[in-house]
Write a protein that binds this ligand. Sequence first.
Ligand code: ADP
Length: 490
Amino acid sequence: MKILMTTSEAVPFAKTGGLADAVSALSLSLAALGHDVRIVMPRYYPIDRAKLELIEGPLGVPVGWGEEWAAIYRTTLPVPAGTEHEVPVYMVDHENFFGRDGIYGIPSEPDFADNPRRFSFFSRSVFQLCRKLGWYPDIFHAHDWPTALVPVFLKHGERTGPFGKSSSVFTIHNIGYQGVYAKEFFPYTKLDWDLFRSAGFEDWDRMNLLKAGLVCADKLTTVSPTYAEETKTSAYGFRLDGVLRAREGDYAGILNGVDFDLWNPSTDTYIPVCYDRNDLSGKAIAKSALQKEFGLPVDPDVPVIGMVTRLTEQKGVGELFGPSYGSAWSICQDMALQFAILGSGERWCENELRSLSARLPNFRATIGYSERLSHMIEAGSDFFLMPSRYEPCGLNQMYSLAYGTPPIVRRTGGLADTVENYVQETGEGTGFMFDELTPRSIYDTVGWAVWAYYNKREDVEAMRIRGMELDFTWETSARRYLALYEKLAR
Ligand code: ADP
């Protein structure tokens, strides 16, 4: 099949979140299964043009009251040595829209004022690019609000001539971000005003790009089955639950995979000694290295709780680090355990983590972003804590399962789909789960894991192995997407 991924991010070129990993990994897996997969994304300023190949001729893109001109560059996704297939990446270059730092914004302007123009332009350029290449995809696969207009344009205007048989799939990676702008931007799309309502843009008299994508795409997906169910409820749908309920029959959850080339304890170069499920001795060494690195007392017998996270509301940090009884402060005082945390994000939370690190002997946090420390924590911790408010898929719990570090998670989204709760009577399970997001539930569930560590050690060791045996590969996810594409093509 011919599949075009239309995206604002793809590793290794531009990344702000999991979307970038997912798009590239999915594309490579689809290509490995023998399909013609290509990616189109903007050429942001930091992407060096000298390393790209210029495709000749400027591309006219109809937007606003006329046309904007783009240059098109081409490169390919990096692949492991010996790989036969390739994934071409086209980059749409436009100095005024993308010749600046930041993908969606910069710290002083987190959401660029002209984002609706930038991404209208980009979404329209996708069709012009296909015409230029004479390559017409069976499937346009769009991701999140920045490319939500691709399925809208396909349905309203573009599905003619060589695009007559093209279909669209639209994937929600996080419904919390919707691209809502003043409706004065709407004419820039060149769509008829009739469509402002009928194509789903209208949102309390503003223009909601994600909502239009959800209304217009042929099929909708999100990144885990449980998140698909949750987003149809008012508690998780960020006001779009009604739209998703109306499209229930076309909406499914497909779990993301994990890049086991990068996240594999038997080949990891960031940890002192590699290990696998037949011999976990390297994990004990990783634990003492982690304790040393974080300035915690080096003690093999005390359980270490690890976290690697953005410090935002979504991740449950308000409950974990807030002032109520049951928060990290009381956990650390009441229980014989250690905390090793890596994260960055909201200022109050960073300050609170610094303060806890200074006041508690068994709590250490590093504020910042570090690939190396994130691997150290996954490997060296006994348990990995993710008390998320919502979690579309979540990667860290899958990493920790692979590293023999049972996750302690709230039963939501992808966490509910990847972790199996411990059953004390039988010893079954791969982690520890709770339902209510309250400091008390976190306290109790961490307490439960710590209790198991001291009193049911053989169960915990068996859980480690069971987690390491799980296999969340991208190939599995790619096959599910393919089934969906094929259904559409038929
Ligand atoms: P989200 O995409 O919502 O932040 P995920 O669990 O899906 O959550 O993915 C987060 C990814 O970002 C993981 O690979 C995680 O290790 C990484 N990450 C988050 N914060 C940091 C940090 N401070 N340092 C290193 N890696 C981080």
